[in-house]
Ligand binder design. Structure first.
Ligand code: AKB
Length: 319
């Protein structure tokens, strides 16, 4: 029997909401403890209200439940982070350092810390951005992720903490509504289309960005975490790719399935964040080290998103 006990920090967020049932399936329902600042959105798990900025509270929760692995998903994302840069930096860094320190002190088996395409800035090649390149992010979120990647590598090499990381692209999911990101427009567009409304997109129609369907993002996460440690050559964070598309391409794709849907484009400050990010990513090392391969293309994502959201809207209407 698998005796691992998992703590998800930031379980109410976009990735956490979807990852929780997947980890419950792998490890058993009682083996996964969900935590967040606010009470559970989905009361289907053992839940702790936890502010990971408080090191003592974090260590108490780890000891109380006999935690062996942490998925640290809490962070202030790219767009929201710009409204209060110092506070965003403090939240992102303090929670990370508390998690790494707890992993070292309490001898946790493994830790997952997400990074992001936001680590890249204007000096990196925009197409097929390589694993190792210049990192000059334009946002405080990106700066905190560059620092986080280096701290992860440091705790691995200096203290042998088995911390693993992925540079997620924009993640498209139906389980929850993302908040505070630059890539959130894609999920918003699907919601509007299914709700029978039109959408005014805050990015330009040609803002091509790397994206990924939630099922691919979850599988990448569990495959990385299950890979033998000796196979992992990257201890900062792995480049990870799904697909790349523009808002105009997404609009067209949705319109093929929802012909009445219309979209306009009114770029705001998030456009300049998008322009500082890659259009596509080279994830050769993820493919080589732990056999990464995405499954979902844009047409499949659209079919899945429309089916799931339609079911959600019908079930809300009936309650
Ligand atoms: C954001 O847009 O900030 C995030 C990300 C790409 O990390 N979705």
């Amino acid at each position: 029997m698998n005796k691992d006990k998992i703590l998800i920090i930031g379980a109410n967020g976009q990735i956490g909401t979807a990852l929780l049932p997947k980890l419950q399936k792998i490890y058993g329902e009682g083996q996964v403890i969900a935590s967040d600042l606010q009470p559970a959105i989905h009361p289907t798990a053992v839940f702790e209200i936890l502010d990971a900025k408080q090191s003592d509270t974090l260590q108490k929760v780890i000891k109380k439940h006999g935690i062996t692995q942490i998925y640290h998903l809490a962070a202030v994302l790219s767009a929201k982070g710009e409204s209060n840069p110092l506070s965003s930096w403090n939240i992102n860094m303090q929670t990370l350092l508390n998690v790494l320190e707890a992993a070292k002190e309490l001898h946790l088996k493994k830790v997952f810390v997400p990074s992001s395409i936001a680590v890249f800035g204007k000096s990196a090649p925009r197409r097929f951005t390589p694993q190792n390149t210049y990192l000059d992010p334009a946002t405080v979120y990106g700066m905190s992720k560059v620092a986080a990647e280096n701290w992860c590598q440091y705790y691995h090499s200096r203290y042998q903490v088995d911390v693993r990381s992925l540079r997620y692209p924009g993640v498209i999911s139906y389980q929850s509504i993302p908040g505070g990101g630059t890539t959130d427009y894609a999920v918003e567009m699907y919601h509007k289309a299914v709700a029978g409304q039109n959408y005014d997109c805050y990015l330009q129609e040609d803002a091509r960005l790397p994206m990924m369907y939630i099922e691919d993002a979850l599988r990448a996460t569990t495959e990385l975490m299950e890979a033998p440690a000796g196979q992992l050559s990257v201890r900062t964070s792995y480049n990870l790719t799904g697909i790349s598309f523009t808002p105009a391409e997404l609009f067209k794709n949705i319109q093929e399935q929802v012909p009445a849907f219309d979209c306009t484009f009114t770029p705001d400050f998030r456009q300049s964040i998008a322009e500082s990010w890659p259009e596509s990513i080279d994830d050769t090392l993820a493919r080589k080290d732990w056999n990464w391969k995405p499954d979902f293309d844009l047409a499949q994502i659209t079919t899945e998103m429309i089916a799931h959201l339609t079911r959600q809207y019908i079930s809300h209407a009936n309650h």
